[in-house]
Design a protein around this ligand. Structure first.
Ligand code: HEM
Length: 143
């Protein structure tokens, strides 16, 4: 993979996350993140993630805490780790469009397994669209 940094021409996400925290709650956010992170292990991006169960679980919890915070819940991620700076935090990992697809596919599969987080069909679409946009900004390698 080319190691030169790539900046998506669309720039940072223009929309803040949908404020669904009160509808979803922590339990489902931790659950979906854990399901998604376990699914990563069957994909070409598996090598990017902790290979031990405790490490993988911890990484999944970070994601749940980040998402809960941006969706209007308590800002646990920021309290623990400081400013999100998500694109910057992802730069050490070579993320191209293929990696983004793998990430999104795992999220979609986890979303189905977790009954769409209990959201109605319209809100499910809103959340997926936001994640599609946000994940585009995590892409940092052209190929
Ligand atoms: C586009 C595809 C993406 C890939 C391949 C990817 C990959 C990764 C990797 C490898 C880590 C480090 C895991 C660890 O060892 O702790 C990570 C961290 C993280 N990712 Fe992603 N990610 C992607 C998109 C996203 C998206 C869309 C979100 C949020 C909606 C997200 C949220 C996070 C968070 C909160 C962390 C923890 C950052 C930290 O505090 O170190 N990622 N991601």
């Amino acid at each position: 993979m080319d190691n030169q940094l790539y900046i998506p021409p669309e720039g940072p996400p223009q929309q803040s996350a949908p404020q669904f925290f009160d509808q979803i709650g922590w339990e489902k956010l931790y659950e979906i993140a854990w399901v998604q992170y376990q699914l990563f292990m069957e994909t070409p991006i598996a090598h990017m993630f902790p290979q031990d169960e405790a490490g993988l679980r911890e990484a999944s919890e970070k994601q749940a805490e980040f998402l809960g915070g941006v969706m209007g819940g308590p800002k646990i991620y920021i309290e623990k780790h400081g400013p999100p700076r998500m694109r910057a935090r992802h730069i050490p990992f070579a993320i191209n469009e293929e990696a983004r697809d793998a990430w999104l596919n795992c999220y979609k599969q986890a979303f189905q397994q977790c009954d769409g987080l209990g959201l109605d069909a319209e809100d499910q679409q809103i959340l997926m669209r936001w994640l599609e946009g946000f994940s585009a900004w995590m892409v940092n390698r052209a190929n």
